[in-house]
Design a protein around this ligand. Structure first.
Ligand code: HEM
Ligand code: HEM
Length: 276
């Protein structure tokens, strides 16, 4: 891998920002707020920020960069797909429970549902994330999907995945701000009490985590090696000698796209597997 040190630095920084965010959200609800319970009250609401930060943000972020970890490159692509899909599924389960907690709290306290921009964008993100999961499984885990469909869908899968991840962080920042404005009465948010400063820092950490994950996920030189080779062949090939590229591609795979396109074909040896 090019720049392994840079990769490790970005990874450690992302992991640190993610872990500290989880500690911050737990300290917020356990120390500054009412704690955690499932009783229709504010302690039930508190599951909402805890589960969205831990699951929908942290786990989703890890799921996105899991293919990039160099020590997983000797694992089969299929196994990595299961890990990627499994972590995304877990993130989705956390998000759904977080939604149940806030709707249940609102209904018990007679607070209207779905009035804020936060709630509109938040619920949309959860629904689209569910759709992304279903399409991801349909396209890349079920072996009958045609290779050409897999290849054609991959840029959209990556784009919508990164867009969803970014949107979820923006939605969390809105939720945090709303909660601080609603919850801080005396002293108010504008008077900058310790809770406000503490939770503002949580927001900054979430942006930092998001920025680092996006950085890692968008470096071409940090992709799994087989994908990297195919990527450079694709990008170099447009200009001069397409026949060389085509033959190199056919040696590496069955001539289809870099992104898991070779999955449908039978794997006969190790080098075959590397390009899946
Ligand atoms: C309410 C989604 C994160 C604070 C809601 C509602 C949804 C939602 C759909 C509407 C519930 C209803 O109408 O009954 C999300 C999503 C998040 C997220 C997808 C993912 C990041 C957060 C975070 C906080 C937060 C981190 C911080 C405390 C709130 C508050 C409400 C709420 C205060 C009640 C007011 C309102 O409906 O806007 N959220 N939320 N949310 N959320 Fe979030
Ligand atoms: C790659 C997001 C679900 C299969 C990616 C990437 C993102 C992403 C951002 C680009 C990663 C990179 O370039 O290193 C998501 C999100 C999902 C989801 C947010 C859930 C909501 C799934 C599922 C599958 C899947 C269920 C089924 C196996 C893949 C494959 C790649 C990929 C095969 C290509 C990896 C590579 O070769 O670089 N996904 N994904 N995804 N995803 Fe997903």
């Amino acid at each position: 891998m090019e720049n392994l040190k840079h990769f490790l630095l970005a990874l450690c920084a992302a992991a640190a920002a993610g872990f500290v965010s989880i500690i911050f959200v737990l300290r917020w609800v356990l120390y500054f707020k009412e704690g955690l319970a499932w009783d229709g009250g504010l302690a039930e609401f508190n599951w909402h920020p805890v589960l969205t930060v831990t699951g929908f943000i942290f786990l989703q972020g890890i799921a996105i960069i899991v293919y990039r970890l160099p020590w997983t490159w000797q694992c089969s692509k299929l196994m990595m797909k299961f890990i990627h899909a499994g972590l995304n599924l877990l993130a989705f389960v956390f998000a759904v429970i977080a939604m149940v907690a806030v709707f249940d709290f609102h209904n018990a306290a007679n607070i209207p549902n779905m009035y804020s921009l936060h709630s509109w964008l938040g619920l949309t993100a959860v629904i689209l994330y569910g759709l992304q999961l279903v399409l991801g499984v349909g396209m890349y885990l079920i072996p009958v999907t045609p290779v050409s469909w897999r290849a054609a869908f991959m840029p959209l899968h990556v784009y919508s995945g990164l867009l969803l991840f970014t949107s979820v962080i923006a939605v969390a920042l809105m939720g945090i701000t709303e909660k601080l404005i609603f919850g801080l009465k005396d002293p108010k948010y504008k008077d900058s009490p310790p809770e406000a400063i503490f939770v503002n820092v949580l927001g900054v950490l979430l942006v930092l985590f998001g920025g680092l994950i996006l950085w890692i996920a968008t470096r071409t030189s940090w992709k799994r090696p087989s994908d990297q080779i195919l990527h450079s062949l694709h990008t170099n090939g447009g200009s001069e000698d397409n026949s060389n590229v085509a033959s190199a591609l056919s040696q590496l795979s069955d001539g289809s796209d870099a992104y898991g396109a070779g999955d449908a074909r039978k794997r006969s040896n190790k080098s075959d597997e590397q390009v899946n």
